[in-house]
Design a protein around this ligand. Structure first.
Ligand code: MF3
Ligand code: CO
Length: 249
């Protein structure tokens, strides 16, 4: 389940490199006063230039090409021409593309202008929790080892991981098995095998882990209104570690 051939991994690698490039180039244009719709339009123009399609548009009826989630929005923010980004905001950009039938999926949270220290710390801790998680991965490890690595890192800083959404296998489909939770216990969960491709995506709340879904049916927000950050990489599980496919190097 979820194990890919070398050929498939090469195709996912191509999708992932393009996906990361689009994420980086889009994050570079974030500026106070832009709407989340303009941000998505820019990402769409890059997708067209790169010859890829959005992996999100139409997925379970999702109406956007990317997700743009601001401050207390955790994930799945729908781009909107009436939603403006302002200095001091933190903005999660989540990009998924399809190239040659295979998917790449990645996300990052960026500060707009100057943000307060606690928000910057939230971004840093979330990014580093993803790194800690990835460092724990090798063929034979359990999803609980990975989840625990992320959770214990996050909680050391007084923040909370989101329980209600998880990472996932990646391939021809955006969401394949197994689920990759951002919490767990060492030695528990599902065993990861060599050549599985998974997306690891910690969502970290400054306050309580509880969530709400807005009336648009998609936008996930924190119940307490405090900010949340999100980072995601698509990786291949290798014998003694993992290889990050959504990396530009
Ligand atoms: N990276 C996110 C995920 O894997 C984005 C999905 S948005 C959706 O869940 F619209 F496609 F669901
Ligand atoms: Co994902």
């Amino acid at each position: 389940m979820g194990i890919k051939t070398p050929d498939e991994i090469e195709k996912i690698r191509v999708a992932c490199r393009i996906c990361k490039k689009i994420l980086l180039e889009t994050s570079a244009i974030l500026k106070e006063g832009m709407t989340t719709f303009e941000i998505a339009k820019f990402a769409e123009s890059l997708m067209e230039k790169e010859g890829v399609k959005s992996a999100f548009y139409g997925y379970r009826g999702y109406p956007g090409s990317i997700c743009v989630s601001i401050n207390e929005e955790v994930v799945h923010g729908i781009p909107s021409p009436t939603k403006f980004i302002r200095t001091g905001d933190i903005v999660s950009l989540d990009v998924g593309v399809i190239k040659d039938g295979y998917i790449g999926d990645c996300a990052a949270t960026c500060p707009v202008g100057t943000v307060d220290l606690e928000k910057q710390r939230l971004i840093d801790v979330t990014r580093d929790s993803l790194r800690m998680g990835l460092l724990s991965v090798f063929a034979g490890c359990k999803t609980g080892d990975l989840g625990w690595a992320i959770q214990q890192y996050v909680e050391k800083f007084g923040f909370n991981v989101v329980r209600d959404f998880a990472g996932h296998g990646v391939g021809r489909n955006l969401h394949e098995s197994p689920d990759i939770p951002n919490f767990g216990y060492p030695g528990k969960g599902y065993q990861l095998k060599e050549n599985m491709v998974i997306a690891v995506e910690p969502m970290v709340n400054m306050g309580r882990p509880d969530l709400r879904i807005l009336s648009d049916g998609w936008t996930v927000v924190t119940a307490d209104g405090l900010p949340s950050a999100h980072f995601e990489d698509t990786i291949v599980v290798r014998k003694n570690g993992c290889e990050v496919l959504t990396s530009i190097e």
